[in-house]
Ligand binder design. Structure first.
Ligand code: SF4
Length: 388
């Protein structure tokens, strides 16, 4: 099975943020040691589940949850398990998501020594009232300190998350957060607009209708302000929600957007291998931890006991998915890559859709293919709808 990336899910958080519906559990942090052991067992079984792997991993991504709740030794143990099964390329990008409320310079130094070379900091905002609205565990001073500490620990490849469209968030708060990132030389920023997810405290607080509090226009104005300011400062808008200085694009996410294969380990992690997308059957941390035992006989665990294939993608599905993911990126859909992968031209597969999107000003032709226009980036869901 050819895959060059591995995603590791760490489903623990100190406390649930008010907007979050990610798979993370706030009350079972004491289960981390057992979880790490189970993760290593799952990684060790990959050859049995997915066949012998000859390809090198060029990206490992610790996402969550809050991976920075792990100790540096636990991160190293997981990376060592990966190295026993796969080879990691010399320049393998190893990213760890970190919450500012869980790190200090010493811990970050430990992560670097363990092999982590890219840090994704969940800053969201440097305004205390915005952070309180979001229910983050850290305030603005802790978030600034996290950036100072990351730099002191020697990290150069740092990404900061920034959230927009939050009730009570002013344009000034957005501007001063961005100014700080630029002053500190942060080379990569991920931008997200707040989405009210059903079942979250924020959904209840705002009656499920964010537009009553932040209009689409306000949200788009913040987004355009950030995108334009970053462009003026040498960042490329290389994906709808991501901007980076040249050389600092997220390698891991680029593999997702190129619809490439990836392994996934841990509770709730989703893999894409061959034409199959799937996830772990376990629903809780406890179930995950015990799922490799097979009644005390780990050697007898089989793939179907552990994973659930969610969908098998037909070639047509794969072509549509390729377009949808490629249109998220600044480069767009590259005709040569499409032809090489599917043995037919992109025009023969989607000529009508492309024509319509070009007429509507959502897509433009480039030298190498097709990409979203600025208007298309704002109305991306309309374009994606053509490939569902
Ligand atoms: S830190 Fe991230 S994963 Fe954890 S609760 Fe907050 S938003 Fe969710």
């Amino acid at each position: 099975m050819e895959a060059r990336a591995a995603y590791i899910h760490i489903p623990f958080c100190v406390r649930k943020c008010a907007y979050c519906d990610f798979l993370s559990f706030p009350s079972c942090v004491d289960q981390i040691p057992e979880y790490v052991e189970a993760l290593c067992r799952e990684i060790g079984l990959s050859e049995k589940f997915w066949g012998e792997n000859k390809s090198e991993l060029t990206s490992v991504y610790f996402g969550g949850g809050t991976p920075s709740l792990l100790s540096p030794l636990q991160v190293k143990t997981i990376l060592d398990s990966l190295r026993r099964v796969f080879s990691l390329s010399k320049d393998c990008e190893i990213t760890l998501e970190a919450n500012p409320g869980t790190i200090d310079e010493g811990k970050l130094l430990g992560f670097r020594e363990a092999g982590v070379n890219r840090l994704s900091l969940g800053i969201q905002s440097l305004d205390d009232s915005v952070l309180a609205t979001l229910g983050r565990i850290h305030n603005a001073a802790a978030a600034r300190q996290a950036i100072y500490d990351a730099k002191k620990a020697g990290f150069q490849n740092i990404s900061c998350d920034m959230m927009l469209g939050i009730p009570g968030q002013s344009q000034d708060a957005v501007a001063s957060t961005l100014e700080f990132f630029l002053r500190e030389g942060i080379p990569h920023i991920s931008l997200y607009s707040l989405i009210l997810e059903e079942g979250t405290p924020m959904y209840v607080r705002y009656g499920g209708d964010i537009e009553k509090y932040v209009s689409q226009e306000q949200d788009r104005a913040m987004y355009h302000y950030v995108v334009n300011t970053l462009k003026e400062n040498g960042f490329a808008h290389y994906e709808i929600s991501n901007m980076g200085r040249p050389g600092f694009e997220s390698r891991h996410n680029m593999m997702y957007w190129r619809a490439e294969n990836y392994y996934a380990f841990g509770l709730g992690a989703h893999y894409y291998l061959g034409d199959e997308r799937g996830t772990h059957k376990a629903a809780t941390v406890k179930e995950y931890i015990t799922s490799f035992d097979a009644d005390g006989k780990p050697g007898e665990v089989v793939k179907d006991d552990i994973y659930e294939a969610e969908e098998k993608l037909t070639i047509d599905d794969q072509k549509k998915e390729f377009m949808m993911l490629a249109f998220r990126t600044g480069k767009g859909a590259e005709v040569q890559v499409f032809e090489k992968r599917f043995g037919c031209s992109v025009e023969s597969a989607f000529g009508e859709e492309l024509e319509k999107e070009i007429q509507s000003g959502l897509v433009e032709k480039t030298e190498g293919g097709y990409r979203l226009t600025e208007k298309g980036f704002d109305l991306a869901n309309q374009v994606f709808g053509d490939y569902v």
